[in-house]
Write a protein that binds this ligand. Sequence first.
Ligand SMILES: [Fe+2]
Ligand SMILES: [Fe+2]
Length: 198
Amino acid sequence: MDHENKATWTAMEDATQADFEAVADYEADFNAGLVDRLLAQLKQLDEEWTPYPINRYQHSLQSATRAYNDGADEETIVAALLHDIGDVVAPYNHGEVAAAILKPYVSEKTHWVVKHHCVFQGYYYNHYLGGDRNARDKYQDSPYYNDCKYFCHNYDQNAFDPDYDSKSLEFFIPMMRRLFSETAGHMELAERVDDQVA
Ligand SMILES: [Fe+2]
Ligand SMILES: [Fe+2]
């Protein structure tokens, strides 16, 4: 699509209907590239050495493969693939980053699980670092408490096995394209982000 017509307004309050229709066309094209940008981001996780048995990229593939092998639904598999994608920019709340990316496209449950997985993962190591391994208990009343516990136990804390037969990234790309190929339109997707419980 040709997007060469540059806006003539300098403040949004001076823009017109036609100006914003042009913006919407451009945004639709740009958003269609989301999966490619996420894939590039994921591959970045492969560039770093970590003291873990496998690096974050391999961990992400293994996490998604474990979800797939467990018969999880497609949005859970993609959530497993992307759950640590925010590590690069938000080391202390990376779950919130992945959850925010997924939010317009997934259920409230999947969003909640990804957002809170860091706290639930703490069950496996907080006590080695002077913290409370039961920090997750503060979420006991959430309807998604057990889902998050299950996700971490079966797809995250155990996804560091160098000998595990993980699928390649290519295997998951069609699932990502299906999940992110939402055609609901800008306003509806934006409202979904507003409407969901945090
Ligand atoms: Fe994580
Ligand atoms: Fe993880």
